[in-house]
Design a protein around this ligand. Sequence first.
Ligand code: HEC
Length: 177
Amino acid sequence: MQRNLQRRLQRQATFQSAAFTGALLLTLCGPSAWAGEAAVAMPQSVDGTAFTSEREAVVWRREELKDIESLVRQLRFDLVNNQDAAAAAPRLAELRERASAGNLLPAFIAGTHGSGSEARADIWAEWDDFVAGFHDLEVKVDTLIEATDQADYRAAARALAEVGASCKSCHRAYRYD
Ligand code: HEC
């Protein structure tokens, strides 16, 4: 009982500090630089998300992450094996949209760990760090897109490795193997 309350208060404090950081960044960067901010707030329940149940959110995010993994694998083929920027371009546009905080975070509804999920409870205790993990991934994907736009395949290979490292770094902290 006591622990539950403590955890709830802690979670609330984390949420408030995330909102505060968001507001601060919004002030510093201006609204256009931080357009995805609304999606960064921790979803407290299915209300206000596109999901009808927590289970649906968990199933959806796991499928989405599997698709993202296939996209990255395909991109390695396009860029490293085939050096084919034209083939990579539409897949990169898709990756940019799907491997983003705005797309994925609404499915991480508070407390949706446990059976059927590999998510660690720390996600919601350390929400700011978890969010930062997706922003880091977004930056790495943008670098990959720039390299591909310039048909610089060495830089693209490097950027792909960085994308993979970004995935792994979050998994080490927030996903059970
Ligand atoms: C900021 C954190 C974070 C980042 C970045 C991240 N993931 Fe994950 N990923 C997770 C979490 C948490 C889970 C566990 C989700 C669950 O089981 O509910 C997960 C699960 C997965 C799964 C397992 C899905 C399943 O059902 O078996 C795959 C595959 C995956 N991620 C691929 C990737 C790839 C590829 C990237 C990088 C392009 C990536 N992830 C980036 C947090 C992250």
